[in-house]
Design a binder for this molecule. Structure first.
Ligand SMILES: Nc1ncnc2c1ncn2[C@@H]1O[C@H](COP(=O)(O)OP(=O)(O)OP(=O)(O)O)[C@@H](O)[C@H]1O
Ligand SMILES: [Mg+2]
Length: 308
């Protein structure tokens, strides 16, 4: 490694925006230089900055709700690799709703690593389909979400993809047992990314983060932050798949149900009020309806809290 390369290594270790200049990703045109969308660049900076300044801010964890196919797994893989190369003796866990998705992320990490210039690579000691060990003592592995701890020790970086699509009961066990220990540590970082999927634990964590009640920073990516997704594209998607599908999969709204076409939908927009207030209003509405409608009619009403 010559002096210039050594300096670049140093710069990349401190500044993820410099690192991504050397990243190549697989696109429709094959492996090409990663040209991040604006929101991808912002998110990567946010992840890195909050990690580097964790002592001051105490908010180094992230929850990101994002539309389908916007490039969220790509930025997870890039961030994991950056973190692994420039932090020694760390344990990084990749979790996902399905093991195959976690494997896909680990595979992306490996593919991006393979295409880095040699001077940015920390040698790999051993790589398998579910684990990569680097010579700097850091390793990345595929973890499982359950009541049991993810591994023998605290995980330094945990990235959880498509969290909202996990089995709700198993996820709840994980969220009440393992999760608080993980998220409370100042020297660890947790990143949750998902497209929304109704009112589950993912929604609760997001809500708490929005209200500033936790160490999580909430980010919501809008459908039109992905290049090419304009009003015309939106109308086409609604024509093809319907409004409800679009709202959940692309407009990242938390909906009670996506298949309730025959239901009467009551939507409470929380923008003018707090979430707590909206919840209590919803409870009152339910009570009120129960006085004027019969049981079957009540079951036909779907309630949603919509918020920005
Ligand atoms: N900045 C970018 N420029 C060009 N292509 C990109 C960019 N970011 C991601 N992609 C490509 O977009 C596609 C979707 O990316 P990715 O799998 O990361 O999205 P996702 O949001 O995780 O999708 P899904 O909702 O299916 O999980 C991939 O082919 C990826 O290579
Ligand atoms: Mg993905």
């Amino acid at each position: 490694m010559n002096i210039k390369q050594k300096n670049t290594f140093e710069t990349c270790s401190k500044n993820i925006s410099q690192f991504i200049k050397y990243v190549k990703i697989l696109t429709a045109e094959g492996y090409t230089n990663f040209r991040p969308y604006r929101f991808q660049r912002t998110l990567l900076r946010k992840f890195a900055d909050s990690w580097q300044n964790r002592e001051e801010t105490k908010r180094q964890n992230h929850i990101v709700i994002a539309p389908r196919q916007c490039g969220k797994t790509t930025i997870s893989a890039i961030y994991i690799l950056w973190y692994a190369l420039f932090n020694s003796d760390k344990c990084i866990a990749i979790l996902a709703n399905k093991e195959s998705i976690a494997e896909e992320i680990l595979n992306k990490v490996q593919e991006i690593y393979n295409r880095l210039p040699d001077f940015l690579k920390v040698n790999i000691k051993k790589a398998t389909y579910n684990r990569i060990d680097f010579e700097n003592g850091t390793y990345i592995f595929i973890g499982a979400y359950s009541r049991r701890p993810i591994c023998g020790k605290t995980v330094d970086l945990m990235v959880f993809d498509e969290m909202a699509f996990c089995d709700a009961r198993v996820l709840h066990d994980f969220v009440v047992s393992v999760f608080p220990v993980q998220a409370a540590h100042i020297n660890t970082q947790t990143i949750l990314l998902s497209t929304p999927n109704g009112y589950n634990d993912f929604y609760e964590i997001y809500q708490h983060a929005l209200e500033g009640k936790s160490s999580f920073i909430a980010t919501r990516i809008q459908y039109n932050e992905v290049p090419g997704r304009d009003e015309e594209w939106k109308n086409r998607m609604i024509r093809y798949y319907g409004q409800k599908f679009f709202d959940q999969e692309y407009d990242t709204q938390f909906l009670g149900s996506v298949d309730g076409n025959n239901k009467i939908a009551i939507t409470i927009d929380t923008r003018p009020m707090s979430h707590e207030k909206a919840k209590s209003l919803m409870a009152k509405l339910k009570k009120l309806y129960s006085k004027v409608l019969n049981k079957d009619e009540i079951e036909n009403i779907s309630y949603e809290i919509k918020y920005e």
